[in-house]
Design a protein around this ligand. Sequence first.
Ligand code: TXA
Ligand code: MG
Length: 339
Amino acid sequence: MSENLKISQAARALEAGQLVVFPTETVYGLGADAQNPEAVALVYDVKARPANHPLIVHLAKDADLPRWAQAISGEAEKLIEVFWPGPLTLILKKSPAIHPAVSGGLDTIGLRCPSHPVAQALLKDFKDGKGGIAAPSANPFGRISPTRAQHVLDDFGHDSRIAAVLDGGPSDVGIESTILDVSRIATHGLVLLRPGKISATDIANVTGRKPALADENAPRVSGTLPSHYAPRSAVSLVTAQRIPFVLSALKQKNMRVALIHHSVLQDVPDDDFFVRIIMPLSVKEYSRSLYASLRKIDGADADMIIIEQPPEGSAWDGVNDRLRRATQKTAGLLEKWIE
Ligand code: TXA
Ligand code: MG
């Protein structure tokens, strides 16, 4: 079947209230017609996601924004001009015409215009470009997001509630979009809810001010729950200097270890007691392969996954954020094992 035909069949399925998985430049999304509350409810069901965690609505390039959001500030307009289509989600005041199901009952809405050509083709075909596709990442709630069609098939291949999975190749960015709350500018300024490829510095370069980090009053974002993006095995972040010590301590305890690192590690020979993945050094390449690497290494069924602490700095905020959350559930376990 030709790509165009698949895309138009997927658009018809969405219009009929069915679910379609589609590629974006960040991760794959599990899409539904944003204006169809039953289809949206099905997304929550399939993902086993709590109903109070709102979905991002994806729009075509020339979508009519005021149909979805109101009180769009000059700063938001500037950000849209520079970063759309691309990996930036803006939280805006919701237009009263939009059904509250999609935004978990909040008076705001998350909007994003993805740059992936398949996503754009789908959005253009779906309701003649006038609709919105509500889509969370296409993974079971709390697990690792998919950056390949195969990841989606691994997680949901058996699920007949998904009408189609469009394959758009490996996701180019590899971690979820940056989420910036611009709905409370007057009282809170710009608030960064989830870091991503578009960094706080990139945002400041456009708006002239640095976004604040999410506060206690920030709306619920499941991607900002302390534990998220989690592999099944225990995970721990360790500095390059400490890795040789940690590995030998775990070996003494007969623990099966999986190692993900990016530096050249002098004192770590290849050893069949552990599997290892060597990551690229650039943040772009690192992000692109992060989730595929986590999924692969999770399949090794190690007792513990050791990940070398990535560099600090604004460009690495997205990666560090995801890894902190991936390790949250098993924080402290490593120290207990090797004490
Ligand atoms: O890159 C991405 O953003 C991917 C692709 C598929 O577009 N989507 C994604 O969706 O990561 P999801 O649902 O896994 O994460 C979206 C986050 C959720 O944590 C949700 O709570 C938050 O965005 N969110 C959505 N609407 C919101 C709103 N009105 N206020 C605050 N947070 C919101
Ligand atoms: Mg997600």
